[in-house]
Design a protein around this ligand. Sequence first.
Ligand SMILES: [Zn+2]
Length: 368
Amino acid sequence: MRPMLLAVLRPLLLAPLLIAPLLTSQARAATETVGSLDGIPVIDRLDVADQPSGRTSRFWFRAGDTATAQRWLVPVIVVKGARPGPRLLVTAGAHGDELNGIDVIHRLVASLDPAGLAGTVIAVPGLNPPGLLQSTREFTATGSHNSPNLNREMPGSLDGSAVAHHAALLWQNLMRPNADLAVDLHTQSRGTAYVMYVFASNARTRRMAELMLPDAIKLDRGDKGTIENTLTDDGVPAITLELGHPERFDAAMISRGVAGLQNLMREQKMLAGTVIEPTATVTGNALASVRAPRGGWARLVVPLGSRVEQGQPVASISDAFGRTTDTLVAPQAGIISSSVTDPRVERGSTLVRILYSSPDPACAYGCP
Ligand SMILES: [Zn+2]
C-alpha cells in the first residue's frame, strides 16, 4: 500500500480498534436481559442507571450454576425514585436459615412510593437459593460439600468453586456496580438468637448503624470476604444488621428492621421526614463468651438483651436428671447480645455473649 493511501486509511483502520473497547464497556455497563420467566425479566447484569425512574421493577438475576446444569435465580427488586439520589443496596438470605431480612425487604419495598423517593433501593431478598431451600447457613447445593459460607466469599472468583463463582456473579454484575451504601441483613444461627445488633467497622458505618436504632452496635474489624467488609473496603459503606432468631419471620424484629432502614433513608434524603436518633443503643467493641464446661441442659438465668454485672449468674447447666451441675457467671459487665435458644449444649459451646467496651485504644473499632 502506498504511503499516501495508508495515511488516509489509517484513521479508518484504527477506528474499529478504538470503538471496540468503548462498545464493550458500554455493553458491560448496561442491564443485560436474557429472557423472561412468568413475565419477570431474567438478567445477567443490572445497571439501575438505565432503569425507568419513578417505578418499581422486578428481576430474576441469573447467578451460579447448579449440579443439575441449571442456574440459581436470585430475586431482585429495584425501586427507582422519581428524583435522583443515592443507591441503597439491601441484601438478605446470604445465610439460608436467616429469614427475617427477607420479610424486611418485602415490607420495605411495599412501603415505598417511587414517586416520593429520591435515589434507588436495590433489594435482594435471597442471595443464597440452595441454603434457603435446605435451611442451612451454608451455600450447600448438594449437601455433600465442605460448608462453604457465601458471606466469606466476596468478591468471589469466576474461576473458583461453585460458591466463589456464585459470589463473583453477584458481586460483579449486581451488587458492586449498583451500590453507594449497603445494608446486609442477617440473624443469629440455628439454636441461638441476637438482640437487634449491627456490625460496623469505621466512623461512617457506625453512623449508619446508629440510624438503624438497634439494641446494640459491635464495632468490629470484620471478617475477610463478608459482604459488609468487602463493600466497605471497596469504598461502599456497608453494615451487617442482625435481627434476632433464624428460621422464622419475627414480626417485631422485622418492623424494627424496616423502621431502621427508613430512618437511614431519611438521613440520606431519600425519604422525607425527621431522622430519629438512637436513645437506647449500647455500643461496644469487644465480646466476652460464656461457654458450657460440659454437655447438658442449658437454662438462661437472665434474658437476652439484659445488662449484667461482672460475676452475675447468667446461665446454668443441668445433667440428664435435672440436677444443676454448673452455674455460670458473667466474666465482664455488659449487655447480653446473643444467647442459646436450644437448651441442648455440647461441652465448649457458647451460652451467651456479652458485649462491652474495651478502653484499649487499639480496640476502638474492634480488638485486633
Ligand atoms: Zn448470617
